[in-house]
Design a protein around this ligand. Structure first.
Ligand code: UTP
Length: 487
């Protein structure tokens, strides 16, 4: 494509700065830039910027009047379930797994900037005795839950693991799984797909160059899931395989109960089309979005959108009224996903001011130390309001939520907290199964041995754990490694 053609194409939309350095580029670089420009519809690009800016201008009215908590009829807490109810949900979930009707949607397209790892976050090893990465831990939980469902129902239903990556994380993620033989899963049941990207802008809406021949872009947020499901043929795959229930979650929660049968069973029994696991907010000022109803619609309301009065409001029993902390842990029926994917282009756009490396007007690449531009993202939870039967399941933070967001310097939501939270939970499992372990002893329980504390009694009852750190393995792992994994 010639300079003139590109110029006329871009100038109509006020984006001709993208070819400012055209004469400096080699033929190959010109080809790359022309390809990137041709792949974008600049009328749409400008419209996306306009919509995002407009959405951010809407004064975040403090929503007190319209705000309601989730009604009791749509809310249950795992800790308050009777044993019968718990088992009923779990059995239902296992049945759906055994019938091959359960899939997992892993959100793994983020850039992990706060962690500063340089690889996909799922490849991070938080320093557990086993040195397992987040991907391996999650894969093994899937292996185990499939086995448990098969044992219960005599049918080997397989869970399809849909892994959403972005242009930066796709190749290393796929390679990592291949190198590790899919961590014991069938290659056919692990499906990678790419989410889309959106260009990055300066504050005036001009698209930035990352290099003279390369447009600055970023993944379109975890809500890019819906577009990608459609454009990457994943919806079709879901239908073809007969998957009816999808458990969607972030990659970074080390305690994630992947394909949790209790959650699947709860949603199935309530005939929910969309659901969220939530944890109780720890205090009124905790900066976490809360799931609630606004004008009758289910939404996640950001902490900044709540008045202090709303954030501090308590029920007669002392519990915070708006306490349903959102943890990026969701259920979708396959039917709901097909419905949503048809109008995903109307989803809200969120704007964030970020430090974006860019080529300045003198052609020099700058790495800003202050926010210099705008990234636009869609959020996975923005579809809640379209659900016809939305429900929440409250789970305990200690058992199910410890996200890896930051480096250790931040001292929270970091590798150390993730490791300690998992080891603490595993001490609880050991004590519940009758073992003796003090708080200074670290024992990691392999997911291949126990998904959530079950199956441990024979191994740990009346045992005293003293070796630390220690990895309590399944028989199959001990054989493979030639090490006795049992205590
Ligand atoms: P975060 O918003 O915490 O982003 O994502 P992140 O990429 O992990 O970290 P930062 O903000 O750059 O430091 C929550 C979940 O959503 C996924 C992430 O991979 C994570 O599992 N995500 C985020 C995507 O899949 N795509 C995106 O575009 C953004």
């Amino acid at each position: 494509m010639s300079y003139d053609t590109l110029f006329s194409r871009l100038s109509v939309h006020g984006q001709e700065q993208l070819i400012k350095f055209w004469p400096d580029l080699s033929a190959k670089e010109q080809e790359q830039l022309a390809r990137e420009i041709s792949s974008l519809d600049f009328a749409e690009v400008n419209e996306v910027f306009r919509r995002a800016v407009d959405a951010s201008k809407v004064i975040k009215e403090k929503l007190d009047h319209d705000l309601k908590p989730i009604p009791d009829s749509h809310y249950e807490s795992v800790n308050n379930l009777s044993n019968e109810k718990y088992e009923e949900y779990e059995s239902l979930g296992f049945k759906e797994i055994a019938e091959g009707r359960v899939g997992v949607l892993l959100l793994s397209g983020g850039q992990a900037t706060r962690l500063g790892f340089g690889h996909p976050k799922g490849m991070y090893d938080v320093g557990l005795p086993s040195k397992k990465t987040l991907f391996q831990i999650q894969a093994e939980r899937i292996v185990k839950i499939q086995q448990m469902a098969a044992e219960k129902y005599g049918k080997e239903g397989r869970i399809t693991w849909y892994i959403m990556t972005s242009e930066h994380t796709m190749a290393p993620t796929a390679d990592f799984f291949k190198t590790h033989s899919y961590f014991g899963l069938n290659e056919d049941d692990v499906v990678f797909f790419n989410q889309g990207t959106l260009p990055c802008f300066d504050f005036e809406g001009k698209v930035l160059l990352d290099e003279k021949h390369h447009i600055a872009s970023a993944p379109d947020g975890n809500g890019g899931l819906y577009k990608a499901l459609k454009t990457e043929g994943i919806l079709e795959d879901i239908m073809k395989r007969g998957v009816k229930h999808l458990h969607a979650h972030s990659v970074d929660n080390i305690l994630i109960k992947v394909a949790d049968p209790v959650f699947i069973g709860y949603c199935t029994s309530k005939n929910a089309d969309c659901a969220a696991k939530v944890v109780q907010k720890s205090c009124p000022s905790e900066a976490v979005g809360v799931v609630c109803r606004v004008n009758g619609h289910y939404k996640v309301v950001e902490y900044s959108e709540l008045t202090d009065a709303a954030a501090e409001r308590r029920n007669p029993d002392g519990r915070l009224t708006f306490s349903a902390g959102n943890i990026c842990n969701h259920y979708f029926s396959a039917e709901f996903l097909s419905k949503i994917c048809n109008f995903e282009s109307k989803l809200k756009l969120h704007l964030a001011k970020k430090k974006i490396p860019f080529v300045d007007s003198d052609g020099i690449r700058q790495k800003p130390t202050e926010p210099n531009g705008i990234k636009i993202e869609k959020f996975i939870f923005d579809v809640f309001e379209f659900a016809e039967n939305f429900i929440c399941l409250e789970v305990s933070r200690e058992a199910e939520f410890s996200p890896l967001k930051n480096s250790d310097a931040a001292k929270q939501d970091c590798p150390t907290t993730a490791r300690l939270d998992l080891l603490k939970l595993h001490r609880t499992y050991i004590r519940q199964a009758g073992g003796n372990i003090t708080d200074d002893v670290d024992v990691e329980i392999s997911p291949l041995l126990s998904y959530a504390g079950e199956n441990l009694e024979d191994l740990v009852k009346d045992e005293v754990f003293v070796i630390s750190p220690f990895h309590l393995k399944s028989m199959s792992e001990s054989e493979t490694n030639g090490v006795n994994g049992n205590h």
